[in-house]
Ligand binder design. Sequence first.
Ligand code: SAM
Length: 257
Amino acid sequence: MAHDYNQFVLNIKNKSGIDLSLYKEAQMKRRLTSLYERKGYASFLNYYEAMLKDDLLFNEFLDRMTINVSEFYRNAARWFVLENKILPRLLSENTSLKIWSAACSTGEEPYTLAMILSKFMPLSKISILATDIDRNAIQRAKMGVYPERSLNEVPSEMKKKFFQKEGSFYKISEDIKKTVEFKSHNLLADPFPQQMDLIVCRNVLIYFTEEAKTEIYQNFSNSLKREGTLFVGSTEQIFNPGIFNFAIEDTFFYQKQ
Ligand SMILES: C[S@@+](CC[C@H](N)C(=O)[O-])C[C@H]1O[C@@H](n2cnc3c(N)ncnc32)[C@H](O)[C@@H]1O
C-alpha cells in the first residue's frame, strides 16, 4: 500500500511537476483514496493509469488535491489589523506597495486586499500580484463571480460599492478586477517574486510538511524588503520566527528584520 502511494507520488511528479511528497501524507492519501475508490479504482496505480488516458480524471485529481475554499475577509478581525495597523505603517514608509497574494485560490483574498487598499489610494494606483498552482481556480478568479455565502464578511458599504448582484450571484466590479494580476505559481517549485512590501499567504501552509514549510518561510523572508510584512492564516503561527529573520508585528503578522 505504501509502495502504491509512493509510486503515485513519483508518477504525478513526472507528469505535472507537482511534488505530493511535500504535502502531509496521511491527509493527502486519505483524500485521494476516497476519491479513487468512489470512481471505482482499486489502487493508486490503477487510478494513475486511467488518468493517463483521460484528462478529465487528471483535472478532477488536481481539483481534489488543491483545496480551494476561500471567502472574502476570511477571519475579518485579522483584516481589521491589516487595515488599521499594518497598512498605515507600510504606507508611512513607502509611496507605493508591492503586494503578493500567494495561493489566492478563486480570488477572494486579493480582491479583499484591493477593497481595503481603496480606502488609502485610488484604485488606479493599486497593483496586486495574485498566484495559485491551480489554473482552474485562477480562471474562476478572473471571472470574479461569487455565491452569496462567500460575501458574508464583506462590510455593507464595500458590498454596495464593488459588487453587482446577478441572479443569486455577485460579480466583483471591473475597477477592482483591474488592480489584480493573476499568474500560475507553485510555492514548492517556482522562484519567488522579489522586493515585496506585503505577502499574504493564508490557509495553504497547513497542508505542507514541516520541511516544506521551513523552506517556504525562508523564501518568503528573502522575497520581502526589510520591514516588509508576511500575513499568514489564523491557524498558521510561525513557531520560530527569528530563524527566518522575522519579528512578530501582531498575531499572524510577521515583519522582516
Ligand atoms: C484553502 S485555499 C486558500 C485560499 C486563500 N488564501 C484563503 O485563505 O482563503 C488553498 C489554495 O492553495 C493552493 N495551493 C495548494 N498547493 C499549492 C502550491 N504548491 N503552490 C501554490 N498554491 C498552492 C490551492 O490551489 C488552493 O487554491
